[in-house]
Design a protein around this ligand. Structure first.
Ligand SMILES: Nc1nc2c(ncn2[C@@H]2O[C@H](COP(=O)(O)OP(=O)(O)O)[C@@H](O)[C@H]2O)c(=O)[nH]1
Ligand SMILES: Nc1ncnc2c1ncn2[C@@H]1O[C@H](COP(=O)(O)OP(=O)(O)O)[C@@H](O)[C@H]1O
Length: 439
């Protein structure tokens, strides 16, 4: 049965040229609002649709928490985004209405779903993702991107042979690109990384990998590795939780997306200690990084270090040495790494590593402050000009200049399966001659 779309068209043009001294009109995106209280947020939606909730013809067989938006993409698809609440979910859920087939489709949803709030607004960006702004939320949780046709989602659609959408949390500000450090077992990667983290504790954070190998005596779970079982890790890999993984020296190792994002969320630069295969996978992924290979001065030195460390059995040492030959060959061949550092004298190698990363002797650059949190009200209006979104949280004519933000999306990076970074949020303040932007 066709969804009873009772449509009353109500385009709303919102004059903002005063604010920007731009001679443009700006309008709410093509959005539909469902439910009893037609529009809880925003000036007015492009379309109003009633009564869908009554018969649950909106594709959801769950109780709405209170708000839905819908975005038309292409000629036939409407993406309905709704805050849901029942015993199985309190997340924002997604359904797709296909006008051609007259059917509701439940897509595979990848990524962490945003928690439901009492309302949200939705804005279509570049026909491939929807910006969802949660009301009653602060800037660390209010901007979400629902990717519907990005390169990542297209790839996943092919893999699953069905409709796929992917959530990516929006994060204000840039992060420095991660550092991937590779090299054979016993070359000194761990030693160099520890020195760096000790000298610059607020600048760097370690990506804690998952592994199926047994912990060494001094290793702590969740600090050095997430020690796990083969079957669990395989399932997580299948569920798309890993940025890369590889079988190394007979065990499974992998970097979860969360491991890298958790470091970056703290405003720190992420360091990954991964093998050559893993480094190659990261190079082929959407994660931009700097790739450093640590090489031993000689094979004999490597063997001595590995034995002196005393953490492996003779059999494990033999396996590691055998693999080391192939790793050194690959590490030294062009195209895989941005830089090769020979770890002969430890202090010299450490100095070179710091030079490479642009760090001056002993001077820790102040930790980049994370942007102050701002609050997006439940009642807010959004307007879009190119890659800029004006968010007006003022609730009357008099204070409409107050609580106004400009979200600049022109420099966004990353995206699903990780976070979307590089959002720039500016506070808009009135001034005598027009409008002033405060960052
Ligand atoms: N691909 C990949 N390799 C990893 C990861 N974590 C660690 N490794 C690599 O696995 C190899 C073995 O690590 P480990 O068992 O800690 O031994 P070690 O290198 O001798 O200290 C090293 O080459 C690490 O760089 C990961 O998440 N992914
Ligand atoms: N430049 C160096 N000269 C001599 N020994 C070193 C040097 N760098 C590291 N080591 C030692 O070699 C051993 C292996 O180093 P480690 O950092 O555990 O290597 P990896 O993490 O690459 O497996 C450790 O006992 C460490 O103290």
């Amino acid at each position: 049965m066709k969804a009873p779309l009772k449509v009353s068209c109500k385009f709303s043009f919102f004059e903002i040229s005063d604010f920007f001294n731009l001679n443009v009109n700006c309008y709410l995106t093509d959005s539909i609002s469902f439910g009893e209280s037609p529009v809880s947020m925003g000036e007015a939606p492009a379309f109003l649709v009633d009564d869908l909730q009554k018969d649950l013809t909106n594709g959801f067989h769950l109780k709405l928490k209170g708000h839905e938006t819908a975005i038309n993409i292409g000629h036939n698809k409407t993406y309905v985004i709704a805050g849901m609440e029942n015993e199985s979910t309190s997340n924002i859920e997604v359904r797709i209405y296909d006008k051609y087939t007259d059917e509701w489709v439940i897509p595979i949803v990848l990524g962490t779903k945003p928690k439901s709030s009492k309302g949200h607004t939705a804005v279509l960006l570049d026909e491939d993702k929807i910006l969802v702004i949660k009301g009653n939320s602060t800037s660390d949780d209010c901007f979400w991107f629902l990717e519907v046709n990005t390169a990542f989602v297209r790839e996943q659609k092919k893999r699953f042979e069905t409709d796929v959408v992917a959530w990516s949390r929006g994060v204000i500000g840039e992060a420095e690109i991660p550092i991937v450090i590779s090299g054979p077992s016993g070359v000194g990667k761990g030693t160099l990384i520890s020195k760096l983290m000790e000298e610059f504790p607020s600048m760097f954070g370690f990506s804690v990998s998952h592994t199926t190998r047994a912990p060494r005596s001094k290793e702590q779970n969740r600090v050095h590795y997430h020690f796990t079982e083969h079957s669990i890790m395989e399932k997580d890999i299948k569920d798309g939780k890993f940025l890369e993984f590889a079988s190394v020296h007979g065990n499974l190792y992998g970097t979860s997306i969360e491991a890298v994002e958790a470091v970056t969320d703290k405003g720190k630069r992420c360091i990954l200690d991964i093998d050559v295969q893993g480094a190659r996978s990261v190079r082929g992924s959407s994660l931009e990084a700097i790739f450093i290979f640590i090489s031993p001065p000689s094979f004999e030195d490597l063997e001595k270090r590995l034995r002196a460390r005393g953490t492996e059995t003779e059999e494990q040492i033999q396996k590691r040495l055998k693999n080391a030959r192939a790793e050194i060959e690959q590490g030294n061949s062009p195209g895989h790494f941005d830089c090769i550092l020979v770890n002969d004298d430890l202090e010299t190698c450490y100095k070179n590593l710091k030079k490479l990363l642009g760090l001056s002797e002993g001077a820790e650059t102040p930790h980049k402050l994370l942007p102050e949190s701002v609050e997006i009200h439940l009642e807010h209006r959004v307007s879009k000009i190119d890659q800029k979104i004006l968010i007006n949280c003022g609730n009357s004519e008099e204070n409409s200049y107050r609580n106004m933000f400009l979200l600049d999306l022109s420099a966004i990076k990353g995206g699903a399966p990780g976070r979307t970074r590089g959002l720039n949020l500016l506070t808009v303040e009135p001034s005598i001659n027009g409008t002033k932007m405060l960052s």
